[in-house]
Design a protein around this ligand. Sequence first.
Ligand SMILES: N[C@@H](CCC(=O)N[C@@H](CS)C(=O)NCC(=O)O)C(=O)O
Length: 232
Amino acid sequence: MSNAVKLHYFLGRGRAETTRWMLAINQIGFNNIPITTPEDLIELRSSGKLPFDQMPLLEINGMNLSQSSGMIRYLARIGGFYGDNDKEALYCDMFAGAITDFAEASMQAAFQPTKEIAVKMLKERFNKFAPKFELRIQENGNEFCVGKKISFADVILTEALSAYIEWIPDLLKNTPLLLSIYEKVINQTGIKLYLSSELRYPKPDEKYVIDVARVLQRALPAHMSDINRFVN
Ligand SMILES: N[C@@H](CCC(=O)N[C@@H](CS)C(=O)NCC(=O)O)C(=O)O
């Protein structure tokens, strides 16, 4: 158990989810360690394992890793998902930056006052990025974001798309190249196993929003009742 890979985060997907997908594609087993109370977070912070006092924390190979962008790149390197040369690695990073901007809307969706507002925000973000993603994929030969095999860019793009699709099921009907990458990635053995396992948290809902505010002892979104109930 001491060598087990541990991912400490709220009881949900959030900023830990790309790391979970990268662990999954590498077929590295891991345990979710849920942080569900302010006391859990205080204890984690006093353990000295959080370099920047922030979650997620990934305990792997004797290291305490912070910053999801660092975690996914480490997992990309050890699994061979970081392109085949410096130029491909650079393009993976460029894609990853844009995907992070794209994914931010899906991360904020559960925090919106209504489903309609969330969907409108997601559609706007999708319409901004999807044509550019499709064009880059087309220039690369239609199959992958970068190079001639799956890279971490494809994995985190699919993770973001999977969250969008939960809000807008027919999202990819006019973007065949995104659909093709999405289908390719969700059918990778490790990803398939992960998505059907208990490690995969459900679509974030109001309970998740409340959990985050309670753990961080911060205000709830303005549309909710008693918004300062967790603020000291
Ligand atoms: N860029 C970081 C963001 C980390 C972050 O903002 N973590 C939040 C939870 S999602 C946190 O720990 N907030 C408490 C704090 O910053 O003190 C990553 O992707 O890992």
